[in-house]
Design a protein around this ligand. Structure first.
Ligand code: ACO
Length: 432
C-alpha cells in the first residue's frame, strides 16, 4: 500500500444540527455517506432530521479529504472521499454488567478512491484513539462478512428473519399475566427509551440505542425520512400496570398475500411481555402472517408454541461484530458463572492488545494477569475469536472445531464455554 499521507487529510468533527456552526460540513459528510450506500432518496429535510438525532447521539464524523489537485469538474475537495462515523454506548456483557463501547458506522469509500488503504487507515487510527481513551470494546454491524475480520472483529451475536403463521395454528402454551392495549404511536417517543433500557439491562449483547429508534418506532421518522402513518403500536402492561413492553408494526396492504403484518420494533422487558405481545400480534384480525427481521435465533416463541412449525425462519445471520481493544480490561469487566483458570495467547492483527493473559476466576471473582512471552497457554486465538466468544453467544468448542481457536490444553475450550456463559441468550436489538 502506498503512503497516502500526501494525498488525503483525515478530519474529525462532531455531528451538529441545523443552525449550528459546522452544519454545512456535517451535511456534506452525510451526503457522501448516502452516496456510498446507493441512497437516492435523502432530501435536505431528511438529512436535517437525521443530523439532529446524530447530534443527540454525540456522533463523531471522520472524513478523508483530497489535499492535492482535484480532477476538473469532479466533486470538489470539501466532499469527503471516505467517511467513518462513531459514537459511544454501553454493551451488556452479561449478568447486567455494562462496558462502554465504540460503535462504528457509516463506513464508505468513494469508488474512485477504493482499495488504497483509506478504510484501513481510518479504522486503525480510530481504534487506537478509542483504546487510548480508555474504551475496551468496539462494535459494528457489517455490510459484507469479508471486510472486518482482518481488523480483529468477530461475530458475537446472530439474528434471523421469521415469518410466523398466525392463522388458527397459532396457539401459545402460556397464561397471560398482564394486558396489552393499543396506543397512539407517538406515545413511544416518551415510552420507548425507558422500556428499552430495561431490556438493555437484562439482555447480554444488547447495545444502547441511538436517538433515532424512538422516532422509528413511533412512526415519526421512517427509513425514508418521512412520517410513517402506517405504524401501529401496542403496549404491554405488567401485573403492576407499568409498561414493560411494546410492539410497533404495520400492515403491508391488501396486495401482499398472505395478509401480513411486519414488526418494526418489538421490545419486551419480561418473558411474559414478550409472549403476550406475540399473542396480541397473532390475534390481529384479517392477518395471516407476522414477519420480523430482527428475531432472536434462540427464541422462546418457538418453545411456547403448541406447533413450533408456525415459525418459518431464514438461516441465522451475523448481527453484532465485536472487537476487543484492551484484553485485560475487557476480561476483567465480565462476570464469570464458572470458576477456573485459562491462559489465553491472543494474537492481534493491528497490534492493539496482543499477549498472553491468565484469566483466573475464584468464587466468581475474576483476575486478569499479563504473563511473559513464551508462557505455555491453554488456548491460542486471534482477538477476533476472543471477541466472538466474549459475550457467550458463540461457542469456543465450535470455534476450535473451525480452527479459529487452538486448544493447547485438552478440555480448555469446554472450560472457556462454561466460563464465558451468560445468563440468557445473547441478542442485540440495536442496528447502527
Ligand atoms: C460498519 C459499516 O458501516 S459496514 C458498511 C461498509 N461500507 C460499504 O459496504 C459501502 C461500500 N464499500 C465501500 O465503501 C468500500 O469498498 C469499503 C469501505 C468496504 C472498503 O474501503 P477501502 O478503502 O477500499 O478499503 P481498504 O483499501 O482500506 O482495504 C482494507 C482491506 O480490506 C479489504 N477489503 C476492503 N473492502 C473489502 C470487501 N468489500 N470485501 C473484502 N475485502 C475488502 C482490502 O482488500 C484490504 O485488505 P488488506 O489490507 O488486508 O490487503
Amino acid at each position: 500500500m502506498g503512503d497516502l499521507s500526501g494525498n488525503y487529510e483525515i478530519r474529525r468533527f462532531p455531528a451538529v444540527s441545523k443552525g449550528n456552526e459546522g452544519y454545512a460540513e456535517a451535511e456534506t459528510w452525510a451526503k457522501a455517506v448516502g452516496f456510498g450506500f446507493h441512497d437516492s432518496t435523502r432530501t435536505p429535510e431528511h438529512r436535517e432530521r437525521s443530523l439532529a438525532t446524530y447530534e443527540v447521539d454525540g456522533r463523531i464524523f471522520t472524513g478523508a479529504y483530497q489535499t492535492g489537485p482535484v480532477a476538473p469538474s469532479s466533486l470538489p475537495a470539501e466532499v469527503p472521499v471516505a467517511t467513518f462515523g462513531t459514537f459511544r454506548k454501553t454493551l451488556n456483557i452479561g449478568f447486567g454488567r455494562m462496558l462502554e463501547t465504540q460503535m462504528v458506522t457509516a463506513v464508505t469509500v468513494r469508488t474512485s478512491h477504493r482499495r488504497r488503504g483509506l478504510l484501513r487507515r481510518m479504522m486503525t487510527e480510530d481504534l487506537q484513539a478509542a483504546k487510548d481513551d480508555g474504551v475496551a470494546m468496539a462494535a459494528l454491524t457489517a455490510s459484507e462478512g469479508s471486510i472486518y475480520g482482518r481488523f480483529g472483529y468477530g461475530v458475537a451475536s446472530l439474528e434471523r428473519t421469521v415469518k410466523v403463521d398466525t392463522t388458527g395454528r397459532f396457539t401459545l402454551r402460556h397464561t397471560a399475566t398482564g394486558a396489552v392495549e393499543v396506543a397512539d404511536p407517538k406515545t413511544l417517543l416518551d415510552v420507548a427509551p425507558a422500556v428499552f433500557e430495561r431490556v438493555h439491562r437484562h439482555t447480554p449483547g444488547s447495545l444502547g440505542r441511538q436517538e433515532w429508534y424512538r422516532h422509528l418506532a413511533s412512526g415519526s421518522l421512517g427509513r425514508d425520512g418521512k412520517e410513517d402513518p402506517a405504524i401501529k403500536v401496542a403496549l404491554h402492561y405488567g401485573p403492576d400496570a407499568t409498561i414493560d413492553g411494546y410492539v410497533s408494526y404495520k400492515f403491508l396492504g391488501w396486495d401482499t398475500t398472505p395478509y401480513t403484518v411486519e414488526v418494526v420494533d418489538l421490545v419486551a422487558a419480561t418473558d411474559h411481555a414478550y409472549l403476550e405481545l406475540w399473542q396480541y400480534l397473532a390475534a390481529i384480525d384479517l392477518v395471516e402472517r407476522v414477519t420480523w427481521n430482527e428475531a432472536p435465533v434462540d427464541d422462546p416463541l418457538a418453545w411456547a408454541l403448541a406447533d413450533p412449525r408456525c415459525i418459518d425462519a431464514s438461516d441465522s445471520r451475523d448481527m453484532l461484530w465485536l472487537r476487543i481493544l484492551d484484553v485485560p480490561r475487557a476480561l476483567a469487566a465480565r462476570h464469570y458463572p464458572a470458576d477456573g483458570r485459562l491462559v489465553l495467547n491472543v494474537d492481534d492483527p493491528l497490534g492493539l492488545t496482543p499477549g498472553i493473559f491468565a484469566l483466573t476466576v475464584e468464587g466468581g471473582q475474576a483476575a486478569v494477569e499479563r504473563l511473559p512471552e513464551g508462557t505455555a497457554a491453554d488456548l491460542e486465538l486471534g482477538v477476533s475469536a476472543l471477541s466472538s466468544i466474549f459475550l457467550g453467544g458463540v461457542c469456543p468448542v465450535t470455534l476450535k472445531a473451525a480452527g479459529a481457536i487452538s486448544e493447547l490444553r485438552p478440555g480448555a475450550a469446554l472450560r472457556a464455554r462454561q466460563m464465558f456463559a451468560v445468563e440468557r441468550a445473547t441478542h442485540c436489538l440495536t442496528h447502527f
